[in-house]
Design a protein around this ligand. Structure first.
Ligand SMILES: Nc1ncnc2c1ncn2[C@@H]1O[C@H](COP(=O)(O)OP(=O)(O)OP(=O)(O)O)[C@@H](O)[C@H]1O
Length: 381
């Protein structure tokens, strides 16, 4: 049966250097949480502390409410899978998977029968008697997963398990993890620096930066309601426009945009996801109030990123012809640039817009930008 995991104010230092600060995290039974962060942010250290491989300098790890402090690694009921599969080279595939059961004293035939069930789960039953030296990288990781699952762990810990696989193999592994979750429902903590991987695999993501959890939330919250500019950046957000919040609106070169009720007054960045922005085609835009000009075009294949630069200071703004007509498009072009905001004197801002297909734009071309309603978000500067 799956277990719930809780980290309570865990801190850790190596030789006097603090690497984790007051990390608290809850993973419900059968839940999957991704720890997302840049290299060196402390992800692996959190995982090692959960597994019992390192003792935290302070704080507690609890499983189903029980403090693991005095519980030995082997008794914690956890299984770890690393980026490197770490298979036993002298054993074939099935005996690698059967190894933990053999160590626990199970008879060979029984341990192998049990191992075979897990090899079937990871679709490697046909490879049971193959030497592990003759496996591909993806197959090695499948064997490592089967070996971890065969221990029937209370918690499965995955440390960048697919980082060394190519894109296609990685996608196959994501399907496999979904399948394992559907069939066995283990509680999972997966460490990754890949935001897409975190979004695909996990129910929620905890963003770690310099040993601190900046935010733990759903994939949606982290993308559209980031707690800080750093979270926005780590989740791939490309737009952060400086300005300030007052009276529930963000004031910047882009004008005044209503943001979340909870935003506090003061200096703040306006965060808008590139996917929540829409280019208003030049022929429809006519004379958009907020004239933006294309300053960069980057092809992503099926999609294109378009950078649009805006300059404040137009004393006679004209109305955006689309404002109010398209319910999906908020009026991003009603700037009060003559107001007392201090953003009216030739300052510029750029927004990056994620566009499906090739928009056939030219650098310098004037375009309008629409924002999906309710998608403007402010974070304190
Ligand atoms: N055994 C150790 N002794 C000293 N410092 C360590 C040790 N292990 C990790 N560190 C330091 O602790 C910090 C966090 O390391 P950790 O490996 O947890 O980060 P990470 O986010 O998993 O990084 P990566 O993605 O590169 O694996 C880093 O500054 C690292 O240099």
């Amino acid at each position: 049966m799956s277990s719930g995991l809780e980290l309570r104010s865990v801190s850790h230092s190596f030789g006097g250097t603090d690497v984790l600060h007051d990390v608290s995290l809850t993973v419900p039974p059968s839940g999957c949480v991704a720890l997302l962060g840049a290299s060196g942010s402390g992800k692996s250290t959190v995982l090692r502390i959960i597994a019992g491989l390192d003792r935290p300098s302070a704080g507690q790890v609890l499983v189903d409410g029980d403090d693991m402090g005095a519980v030995h690694v082997e008794q914690r009921g956890m299984a770890l899978v690393f980026q490197n599969a770490l298979l036993f080279p002298h054993l074939n595939v099935i005996d690698n998977v059967a190894f933990p059961a053999r160590m626990a004293g199970q008879r060979r035939a029984e341990a192998r029968r049990h191992a075979m069930e897990y090899l079937e789960l990871v679709q490697l039953a046909d490879y049971a008697h193959r030497p592990v030296g003759k496996l591909s990288g993806g197959q090695e990781q499948r064997v490592a997963l089967a070996r971890a699952l065969a221990r029937n762990p209370r918690i499965l810990l995955l440390d960048e398990p697919f980082a060394s696989l190519d894109v296609q193999l990685r996608e196959d592994m994501y399907d496999l993890i979904q399948n394992i979750r559907a069939q066995l429902a283990p509680t999972i903590v997966v460490v990754t620096h890949d935001r897409q991987e975190a979004s695909i695999l996990a129910d929620s993501i905890a963003v770690l930066d310099e040993g601190r959890i900046l935010q733990h939330g759903t994939v949606h919250q982290l993308h559209y309601e980031p707690a800080t500019q750093m979270v926005n950046r780590l989740l791939g957000g490309l737009n952060a426009v400086p300005g300030h919040v007052s009276g529930g609106k963000h004031h910047s070169v882009l004008g005044q945009l209503p943001v979340q009720d909870t935003a506090t007054d003061g200096p703040a960045f306006l965060i808008v996801r590139q996917e929540a922005l829409r280019l208003i085609p030049p022929r429809e835009a006519g004379s958009p109030t907020l004239k933006g000009s294309v300053s960069g075009i980057t092809s992503l294949g099926a999609r294109t990123l378009v950078r649009v630069s805006f300059t404040s200071g137009d004393p006679n703004p004209e109305p955006n012809p689309l404002a109010g007509k398209d319910p999906r498009v908020a009026d991003l072009s009603s700037p009060d640039l003559s107001g007392p905001d201090g953003y009216g004197n030739g300052l510029t801002a750029t927004l990056t817009v994620d566009v499906a297909g090739n928009p056939h734009l030219l650098l310098g071309q004037v375009v309008g930008v629409g924002l999906q309603e309710g998608r403007a978000w402010a974070v304190q500067a």
